[in-house]
Design a binder for this molecule. Structure first.
Ligand code: AMP
Ligand code: DBH
Length: 560
């Protein structure tokens, strides 16, 4: 085990023994591991294509061999079982090769989105105690080698950097595929070991790290694949970034591989790229966020591509309106499946054979009968049936704790182990959930969650910002967009300069405020003791009222 960063413990995820015994007895946890099931699939159908991306096509046998070789290469470099490795790759076969290689070696991937920049990556590196970073050379106009250089100087604990493509000053990933890993065992892990660290969208402050075990994640993959009807004939298109929990596991690319199907990867989610792949590869299922679905619905009627192979379109990550949901079958010729999930665990699906009413109006019901659901009022009492309240949950694939984060754990989990999702839901008489909104202060921008607090902290470090409050504003296309209210200090910065400056802090582009409104004061702060939460709610309400009245800006605006 690594002694490189003794401050960051090896991740664990522990359920009380009575629960663990129950989940094993019920067959949710079967002591399966990623390394073992990949080997099993590769033995059962070696020549079936597992992964396609760009011009590459890897069979199950090839994926298994590549995973072993990478595992051997990673271990030869000095990494040891339990070490954390940041994975910062777009939708390429390398993503899947690398994570399968890490699993086989008992190394722990830490997932990052291609949109993440140095601020997020350094945070993940420090929080996880990672010793290595794997990235692509360039993607969507961004050079990850520059980021790698900054990361090495900020986080000396990162000893290894592997780059897919032209490695520049770093080590190339490609030669690791040629290391002979045939002597490695299929797995060195137990089902109860942590397989990887997923990241939360960050409802308060910076993203938190989510340790998921082989047992719990394979439980969600297996059941998700069953609920979505996946099998060896299924062809899943990864159009959203596959580091996201949704296209990774609900059932996503991992659930597809678990079911023996084929994964097709698109570097871009835009309909032009995706439609061509659907036709070429005979895609049967894919997962989208609502704004992307809108684009697909817009372009499908005139596309020259044949989309006839599509059977299921899953939509999740943010609330889908019933009006748009209704258009899926007539326009795309596929069954809509709503998916309401979270990287912490709980996933709800509408079932493929549900009546239209449930598919269009609800966000589904939990995967497992052992998913426990509480819907509570503000005082912590169960609401009357059908009323809206705070959703809390625990179950066989919902975590009991974040990695190394006592204060977040104290906030996010009850004493008896329920996860406070932050979502406000109501339950229909059929036991389906309708998402009403949320209690927390994040912005759900097209499925990407942005913490108001994280962005406020960035803004507050600008010399011309006296105070800042970031709120969500309804947006016809994105679902929500972000608006930063700013009280300037001295000369007021230009909104465009402020946006440029905040981008320069090295954060993901989707977190840069969409709108900036300058005000002379926050009216609500007159009460002094008002919480940030109340302040944000107040500013948001003012903005909405003003938009509704279509009158000029707020109480004391300076400019927009
Ligand atoms: P995260 O914890 O970052 O994985 O984000 C999960 C959150 O995304 C949930 O708690 C919800 O707030 C939101 N979410 C996911 N799917 C849906 C959906 N289908 N409808 C509404 N909100 C959703
Ligand atoms: O938004 C999410 O995080 C999400 C949505 C749908 C998720 O994690 C999932 C399904 O598993």
């Amino acid at each position: 085990m690594s002694i490189n960063n003794p401050a960051s413990p090896i991740p664990t995820q522990i359920w009380p023994s009575a629960f663990a015994e129950r989940y094993r007895a019920a067959g949710h946890w079967r002591n399966e591991t990623f390394g073992a099931w990949l080997r099993e699939r590769a033995t059962s159908y070696p020549d079936t294509v597992a992964v396609t991306g760009g011009e590459q096509r890897w069979t199950y046998a090839e994926l298994d061999r590549r995973a072993s070789n990478l595992a051997a290469g990673f271990l030869q470099s000095g990494l040891q079982r339990g070490d954390r490795v940041l994975v910062h790759l777009p939708n390429t076969p390398d993503f899947i090769g690398v994570v399968m290689g890490l699993f086989r070696a008992g190394l722990i991937p830490v997932y990052a989105l291609p949109a993440h920049r140095i601020a997020e990556i350094a945070h993940f590196a420090q929080g996880s105690g990672a010793r290595a970073y794997v990235a692509t050379a360039t993607h969507a106009g961004f050079d990850y080698r520059v980021l790698a250089g900054e990361l090495r100087s900020r986080c000396p604990a990162i000893e290894q950097v592997w780059i897919s493509g032209d490695a520049g000053a770093f080590t190339a990933l490609e030669p690791l595929y040629a290391v002979d890993g045939s002597a490695l065992p299929a797995t060195v892990s137990q089902g109860s070991d942590v397989a990887f660290l997923q990241i939360s969208g960050g409802s308060t402050g910076l993203s938190k790290l989510i340790p998921r075990t082989h047992d719990d994640y394979i439980c969600t993959l297996r059941e998700s694949a069953r609920i979505c009807g996946l099998g060896p004939e299924s062809v899943f298109l990864g159009a959203l970034p596959i580091a996201h929990n949704f296209p990774m596991s609900s059932p996503g690319f991992l659930g597809t591989l678990y079911a023996g199907g084929r994964v097709v990867l698109s570097l871009s989610p835009d309909p032009q790229s995706a439609f061509a792949l659907i036709e070429r590869e005979g895609v049967t299922v894919t997962s989208l966020v609502p704004p992307l679905l809108l684009q697909w619905l817009d372009l499908a009627p005139t596309t020259p591509h044949d989309l006839g192979s599509l059977q299921v379109i899953q939509v999740g990550g943010a609330k889908l309106s019933a009006e748009i949901a209704r258009r899926v079958r007539p326009v795309l010729g596929a069954t809509l499946q709503q998916v309401f999930g979270m990287a912490e665990g709980l996933v709800n699906y509408t079932r493929l054979d549900d009546p239209d009413d449930l598919i269009i109006h609800t966000q589904g019901r939990p995967i497992s009968p052992d998913d426990e659901i509480l819907i509570l009022d503000d005082d912590g009492h169960p609401v009357a049936p059908g009323q809206a309240g705070h959703l809390l949950t625990r179950g066989p694939y919902t975590i009991r704790a974040y990695h190394d984060n006592p204060s977040a754990n104290a906030r996010s989990f009850t004493e008896d182990g329920y996860y406070r999702t932050g979502d406000v839901v109501r339950m229909t008489p059929e036991g389906y959930l309708e998402v009403q909104g949320r209690a927390g202060d994040h912005i759900n921008r097209a499925g990407e969650k942005i913490s108001a607090e994280e962005i406020e902290d960035h803004l507050l470090s600008h010399p011309q910002v006296f105070d800042a409050a970031v709120v969500s504003v309804p947006d016809e296309y994105l679902g929500e967009r972000s608006c930063a209210f700013i009280i300037p200090k001295g000369d007021r910065p230009r909104p465009a300069d402020l946006k440029k400056w905040i981008r320069g802090r090295g954060i993901a582009d989707f977190k840069v405020p969409d709108q900036i409104v300058f005000v002379t004061q926050f009216a609500a702060t007159a009460a002094l003791k008002i919480s940030r939460k109340a302040l944000r709610a107040d500013l948001r309400a003012q903005l909405l009222a003003q938009q509704a009245a279509a009158t000029p800006p707020l109480a004391a605006p300076l400019s927009e």
